[in-house]
Design a binder for this molecule. Structure first.
Ligand code: SF4
Length: 263
């Protein structure tokens, strides 16, 4: 059995050699400021939604304390740069946290916040999946998963949330969430986009949906799904590099200085 984190599967398909460097060889880079900004927004919004769910009901301002903590007391080393220092990140993160609490959370009916699945074994593929689903929500179509995505292009000027490229990950979260709560996931998956612009106008939030996220993942009788491809790749132990990956840079790949696929 090979254990793989759901959040790492996209990277496996993007550049298997980078996946191996991080998840097998344990090579690490300091976290980027942009990644920590995303972590801070996740922390604040999760604190807010979890308190609503438990009935404690802390305010958005109270929950923003978790945002500030994540920026000034990170659990890992963070490499801030000239373009994004902690002060600027705090301003963006607190503003987006507030928008999420005012505009997104009230229209959602969450039944789970940061839902963890320790272990989902798929014996046929020799895989064990693990991971945490940001939210599980109730809707007229049944239960569905929602994933928060932060980034500079997360929500377009037309308000549309970028969903391209997230289907695989959301499909895995559906499997994990279903295993964790012991109920079927039948509603479309949601991407909650939080655009990390500097100005108020560019700090957009929105919800996009992905129908049938599990289809490509699981496949059918005639077409093997992405999970089967992932299992074959992982069990082969052959991890080719993809120098055309957008993340093929010294900034994002710990194997970059020694990688033979860049030649
Ligand atoms: S340097 Fe580029 S090709 Fe090599 S592992 Fe990293 S991302 Fe992949």
């Amino acid at each position: 059995m090979i254990t793989v984190r759901a959040s790492s599967l996209s990277e496996l398909f993007d550049c298997a050699a980078r996946w191996e460097a991080k998840h097998v060889k344990n090579m690490r880079l300091p976290r980027s400021g942009a990644a920590q900004l995303g972590t801070a927004i996740h922390a604040g919004t999760a604190a807010y939604d979890a308190s609503k769910l438990s009935g404690e009901g802390i305010t958005a301002d109270d929950a923003a304390g978790a945002v500030v903590d994540a920026i000034y007391r990170p659990e890992e080393d963070v490499e801030w740069d000239a373009d994004l220092g902690p002060n600027k990140a705090e301003g963006i993160a607190v503003a987006l946290h507030g928008k999420y609490c005012r505009e997104i959370s009230p229209v959602q009916d969450y039944v789970g916040v940061e839902v963890n699945c320790d272990r989902l074994t798929i014996p046929d593929l020799g895989l064990v999946l693990t991971g945490t689903t940001d939210r599980v929500r109730r809707s007229a179509d049944g239960l569905g998963v929602a994933d928060l995505k932060t980034g500079k292009t997360a929500v377009g000027a037309d308000g549309k949330v970028k969903i391209a490229g997230h289907g695989l990950q959301l499909g895995v979260y559906e499997l994990l969430a279903s295993a964790a709560i012991g109920q079927p996931i039948t509603a479309p998956a949601q991407i909650i986009g939080l655009q990390t612009g500097v100005t108020d106008k560019a700090q957009r939030v929105g919800i996009g949906t992905i129908d049938a996220a599990r289809d490509a993942l699981v496949g059918d009788h005639d077409n093997p799904g992405m999970l089967e491809h992932a299992a074959k790749l992982l069990h082969s132990g052959i991890f080719f590099g993809n120098p055309r990956s957008q993340l093929c840079s010294v900034r994002y790949c710990p194997a970059y200085p020694t990688c033979r696929y860049r030649a």
